[in-house]
Design a protein around this ligand. Structure first.
Ligand code: AMP
Length: 192
């Protein structure tokens, strides 16, 4: 990758029921290593987050985990990356730290924590607070219902077409990273 040095990976603290989610998390770990991209993530050992981080770390790649104090427990931390953990005082500071450290943002399949994190950075893109890529890894079509809902909100006059067009959605991890590296958009006044 030419421009991207670090990416935040938001992903489920569960593995989900389809084996393709786990495989995608492993592939993400491999691709980050291949491209020498630092993975900034939630710091936990559970679900897809643990799988992607562990895979990258055991390959010899760079991982930065950012945990809030409230989750700083030995049963939550990913032991292998303990020395790369940043402990943030609150959930909000944790997210701010993850955003500062990242050149772009990816949501893998996940639950409300994942949705909240990716939609927050998407909102900030809308407001012109940053111009970093925001991307959905659409493994096994996981994000189709959310994408349909975003289009519904657009059709109902709540989301501008420019913002929807800026959202990167890809099923193939390698293609997703290519598009993130090529991403360039300056939203802001136009949208807010
Ligand atoms: P969810 O999608 O609801 O499973 O939540 C996953 C997201 O919320 C991750 O990207 C993390 O940033 C955060 N999160 C949720 N559970 C944990 C946990 N046990 N340890 C660390 N981060 C977590």
């Amino acid at each position: 990758m030419k421009r991207i040095k670090s990416l935040a990976l938001f992903c489920g603290s569960s593995e989900g029921i389809d084996i393709r989610y786990r495989k995608a998390a492993e592939e993400m770990g491999d691709l980050f290593y291949h491209h020498q991209v630092t993975m900034v993530y939630g710091g936990g050992n559970r679900g897809l987050m643990g799988i992607a981080a562990e895979r990258l770390y055991t390959n010899g790649g760079r991982v930065i985990g950012v945990l809030p104090e409230v989750l700083d427990r030995s049963d939550v931390r990913l032991r292998t990356v303990e020395e790369r953990l940043i402990i943030a005082p609150t959930m909000h500071e944790r997210k701010a730290r993850m955003y500062e450290l990242s050149d772009g943002f990816i949501a893998m399949p996940g639950g409300v924590g994942t949705f909240e994190e990716i939609l927050e950075v998407f909102t900030w893109l809308q407001l012109g607070l940053h111009s970093k890529a925001v991307a959905l890894l659409n493994t096994a079509g996981f994000y189709e219902p959310l994408v349909a809902f975003l289009h519904h909100a657009h059709e109902q006059g709540f989301i501008k077409a420019e913002l929807l067009d800026a959202l990167i959605i890809e099923e193939e991890p390698a293609r997703l990273l290519e598009r993130i590296d090529a991403f360039s958009v300056q939203l802001g006044d136009k949208l807010s």
